[in-house]
Design a protein around this ligand. Structure first.
Ligand SMILES: [Zn+2]
Length: 129
């Protein structure tokens, strides 16, 4: 794809189950979530980049009290995932029991997935690889 990446398309790609990150044209740095400026070189020219979908778990929390739109989905995990490409995204964490967060180990390998929420939205998600 050659069109300039936008946050709207970034979100639509997730809804479509086709997650892509930004890639800085200047230095090749992979960026997600979208930013207008490269974290690496400060450049502003971006293109789409496919990612491997591999990452590992950096941090997580369990949401029990959510905004109305998501309340039916509680409890659920929100995790910080470091992608193999070196950038960090927040995503739902699937495949682990939200009532047993002490059993979840930081650093575990994860793979990209998606979750269709009761709100009707599809979320970026990861599950243990
Ligand atoms: Zn850059």
């Amino acid at each position: 794809m050659s069109e300039k990446p936008t946050i709207e398309v970034y979100k639509k790609n997730i809804e479509d189950g086709n997650f892509k990150a930004y890639k800085c044209v200047g230095c090749g740095c992979i960026i997600a979530p979208p930013s207008g400026t490269c974290y690496g070189c400060g450049g502003t020219k971006m293109e789409w980049a496919k990612v491997s979908g591999k990452g590992n778990l950096v941090s997580f929390t369990v949401i029990h009290i959510a905004p109305d739109e998501f309340q039916e989905e509680t409890p659920y995990y929100v995790a910080i995932v470091e992608l193999e490409e070196g950038t960090r995204v927040s995503a739902r964490l699937l495949g682990v029991d939200p009532l047993k967060p002490k059993e979840v180990k930081l650093g575990i390998p994860l793979k990209l997935d998606y979750e269709k929420g009761k709100s009707g939205h599809t979320y970026l998600a990861f599950r243990p690889a």
